[in-house]
Design a protein around this ligand. Structure first.
Ligand code: CO
Length: 219
């Protein structure tokens, strides 16, 4: 009702607040200056671009504490040249935080990758996932020889490799490399069934030929 004070709705987050208090206390016990140090500055060496999937928590699977990795996540870990959100994260990470390594991490069993191949529309998100479907069409020769599971796994990898190239081709990274800034890009794929990262061996750094568009081993 207009003019009424806001109602304090009950919610189901009590367990989360309890977890948070315990976590904060444990951190302080282990390192009394932990939060005051972080409050003064963040200086992460890594930018992580990963999937929003709840099974792929960036800090946790690479064993890094708050302050150690700058994170951008979206459905199916896409880096699109029209996505102001991702590009702004990338620019801030490279130009202000001066991260040394950019990690694009996909994962096997990615629901976004699977949905990109479905014939039925899922509404808005089908537009978001369209670049993966187009990638699958470009790679049809390679993918058609695989059984269903292997095809999905390979498409998860190919999607990461494509996004590594997309990161390299942004103005942010091209400009950084032109300045001689040492920033590298890596493509990883995470196994939700074993908790392990695979290096897809498509790393790029400023020694690659500048101004040529990068096609990170996709061909
Ligand atoms: Co996913």
């Amino acid at each position: 009702m207009p003019g009424s004070p806001p109602v304090n709705h009950p919610h189901n987050l009590a367990a989360l607040f309890a977890n948070n208090r315990d976590w904060s206390a444990a951190r302080r016990a282990a390192d009394p200056a932990f939060f005051s140090r972080l409050a003064a500055q963040q200086a992460p060496a890594y930018l992580w671009i990963g999937c929003s999937d709840s099974r792929v928590p960036a800090n946790e699977i690479i064993g890094l504490a708050p302050g150690e990795v700058f994170v951008h996540r979206n459905v199916a870990n896409l880096v699109l040249h029209s996505d102001m959100n991702c590009l702004s994260v990338l620019q801030y990470a490279v130009e202000v935080l001066k991260v040394r390594d950019i990690i694009v991490c996909g994962h096997y069993g990615c629901g976004g990758v699977a949905a990109s191949l479905e014939s039925v529309s899922r509404g808005l998100i089908s537009n978001w996932l369209r670049p993966i479907r187009e990638l699958a069409e470009q790679k049809a020769d390679e993918l058609s020889g695989l059984d269903n599971d292997a095809r999905m796994a390979r498409l998860c990898e190919l999607n990461v490799i494509k996004q590594v190239g997309n990161v390299a081709n942004t103005t942010v990274v091209q400009d950084a490399w032109q300045r001689g800034q040492e920033v590298s890009i890596h493509g990883l794929c995470y196994g939700v069934s074993d908790g392990l990262l695979r290096d897809l061996d498509v790393s790029l750094d400023y020694s690659v030929v500048l101004s040529d568009l990068v096609d990170a081993n996709v061909s």
